[in-house]
Design a protein around this ligand. Structure first.
Ligand code: FPP
Length: 243
């Protein structure tokens, strides 16, 4: 009997290696990010075609504010450019976009682009694209803990009510299933403050490819590798059981 290929419902990606890609070509770092934006487009399309329901991209971490100002500005500009130039295509392809992260530090222009893309793509049904932008997992968990504590002090919940479900629903990813597959490009083997709670049972894949060189074929290869993995969630799979 042929076994159906397992497609991950949610793929999360740490897009790493833009700077090295640029350096290898004698270019400025921001040119690596521009090239990386093309990979974003290719991967969203490949994910939609493959039947993936959610893609999360780590585009800017809370720690990235420590980069040179010119590079930060280039990433913000690139974000605005991407929103302005790709929204129509995203709508056509049925992609719903959510921006995940703290918004207080963004410029009015970035804020208005965030609102624009979320509103315009809200009816997308084929794929949900989550862009982690000024996101860090520890900060996300601290904010969730504060919110839960506030509700407990206000008498809205009892301490015994605090379980995994309530905690998950207090995170920025509330309502989004945990990632099944996390990819980090460029041969770095770390999660770097990305979806640490949500990654508990995710399969991890670390291709050597630098992000600007990661396209449709590379994404399909990641799906093949995922399909070949055995996920046990801490349990034992019986010999006669379908995997
Ligand atoms: C990591 O590579 C990449 C980033 C911090 C920025 C990611 C941004 C994009 C791919 C383009 C914008 C996309 C959207 C959706 C706004 P790195 O600079 O750390 O590379 P390095 O480790 O080689 O220096």
């Amino acid at each position: 009997m042929s076994k159906e290929r397992t497609i991950p419902k949610h793929v999360a990606i740490i897009m790493d290696g833009n700077g090295r890609w640029a350096k290898q070509r004698g270019k400025e770092r921001h040119e690596g990010h521009i090239a990386g934006a093309e990979s974003v487009t290719a991967v969203i399309r490949a994910a939609g075609d493959a039947g993936v329901d959610y893609v999360t991209l780590y585009a800017f971490s809370t720690e990235n504010w420590g980069r040179p100002e010119a590079e930060i500005n280039a990433i913000m500009e690139l974000f605005c450019y991407m929103v302005a130039s790709r929204t129509e295509e995203l709508v056509k392809e049925g992609v719903k976009v959510r921006i995940m992260g703290e918004r207080s530090r963004f410029s009015p222009k970035v804020l208005s682009m965030i609102e624009s893309i979320e509103t315009t793509t809200a009816e997308g049904k084929k794929l949900t694209l989550i862009i982690a932008f000024n996101y860090s997992s520890r900060r996300e968990m601290l904010l969730a803990a504060q919110e839960i504590a506030r509700r407990a002090v206000a008498g809205e919940i009892k301490v015994e009510d605090i379980d995994e479900e309530l905690f998950s629903n207090s995170l920025m990813t509330a309502g989004i299933p945990d990632p099944d597959l996390i990819i980090r490009t460029s041969g770095e083997y770390r999660l770097s403050n990305f979806l640490l709670w949500q990654a508990s049972y995710a399969e991890l894949y670390f291709p050597e490819t630098l992000w600007p060189d990661f396209g449709k074929e590379e994404f399909q290869r990641a799906l093949d590798i995922y399909a070949g993995r055995e996920r046990r969630f801490g349990k034992v799979i019986q010999d006669n059981e379908e995997k």
